[in-house]
Design a protein around this ligand. Sequence first.
Ligand code: BG6
Length: 505
Amino acid sequence: MEERTTDLTLDEAGQGDPGVVFSETHRAEALTATIRPNVVVLFGATGDLSRRKLLPGLLNLSQAGLLPDFRVVGAARKRLDDDGFRDFALDACAEFGRRGFDEEARRRFAARLSYVNVKDGPAPLAAAIARAEQELGPDAQRLLYMSVPPGAALALVFLVAEAGLAEGSRIIMEKPFGTDLESSRALNDAIHRVFGEQQVFRIDHFLGKEAAQNILALRFANGLFEPIWNRRHIAHVQIDVPETLSVGTRGAYYEETGAYRDMVVTHLMQILAFLAMEPPTHLDPLAITEEKNKVFRSLRPIDPARVVRGQYEEYRSEPGVGRDSDTETLIGLRCEIDNWRWSDVPFYLRTGKRMAEGARIISIAFREPPQSMFPEGCGVGAFGPDHLTFDLDDYARLSLSFYGKKPGPTMELEKTSMQFSRAEADSGGDSLEAYERLIRDAMAGDHTLFTTADGIERLWEVSAPLLESPPPIEPYASHSWGPRSLVDLIAPDVWRLPFARRWRG
Ligand code: BG6
């Protein structure tokens, strides 16, 4: 999509907190100059995601000088006026923002916010947006952010259409993009009645994480890894995202989704695609999407016999949760990719709430040598295979583990590792929080890190056997590693977490 450039400088646009120094200011200015002023219409503005990520993210981007001029129209069902929403947003930024902000920054951010109640129908919505657009001038572009549960998105798409706001807008849709194949097709069809596919940005914030994009850099910017990135050298892959948090106030949302829809068919599958895809011809949306979708097309339907569903013991007493709920708060599964590169290489996925530790780990387990010349009992193989481990946390750590000789007179071997942390690299530049990165990309019209209707429908298609015949729920104690059957699921392989050895540093 062609972008017009604005001639606003950061200062004219009232951007750029003078108190904050950025190492890449000039680059930021150049990048920002290609984005038009935006009216961000935040549906679900008083919800959890908006409070924890979106409002603080918008403030952070603007303080970093990475946004053109903008307005935020909060749209939700709560009875609030503009001032009430401003207080809500400023409290959210104070609690969840990544850097402090002074009175002046508060005032400037608050002045950009307004609120409209979606229950009042299309006319007040259109009027609030028109006011915000008028303030930004004729170049203003509209970004509609649907931060609402799956059941609410469609009604809002029609509200937008009724208010005459679809044309020229971009729309960010939040996962899980339906709850099965049928509902996701219905959602996509409905969206396409109102918006062209080019206007739609299906967000998966895991793809906005620096560490996730680093998978592409590591694989395709080096000659070292790609030659061994296949079934001949890789024995299995784990994508493991245990969380310590409970569902908290999100019980009602969670009851509609559960761990599979909330995390697997979305985030974990997108990471799987980055790990498993063939080299794309270009670093552009079409080429990357095509390779990711080929992975999804090669995925075997999920076999319910290779899935473990767990529920933490207190889940049924959480607010918004049914007393006899069958929703899983933990899931472990084995996926298989039916292509030449990955035939017979299991991909194990696991995620759950209220587990013993919070982590986001990808482990690539390499095949062991075909023969050992080392004496029995010397330690070779005793600590599992060699691993390449990615930590998707902000430090974007990497570790390569291998066997080496212990110093001394005998041939005793130990497992050791080379580790790298982004924090050690003096590469300059501020990393953006995943949502910040993706909101900016949507404003710039860049689809590279967004998912497509085709890919998502295919993921629902392979999920059908599991959704139709889910295995029974197994209870697990809070702060544990889940039910015992998770261990059996991947035997004779073993889960890497909890690590025997911690990250260094
Ligand atoms: C969200 C899920 O998309 O991702 C949450 O809805 C989950 O349930 C969260 O906790 C995890 O994201 P992150 O970035 O904190 O790992």
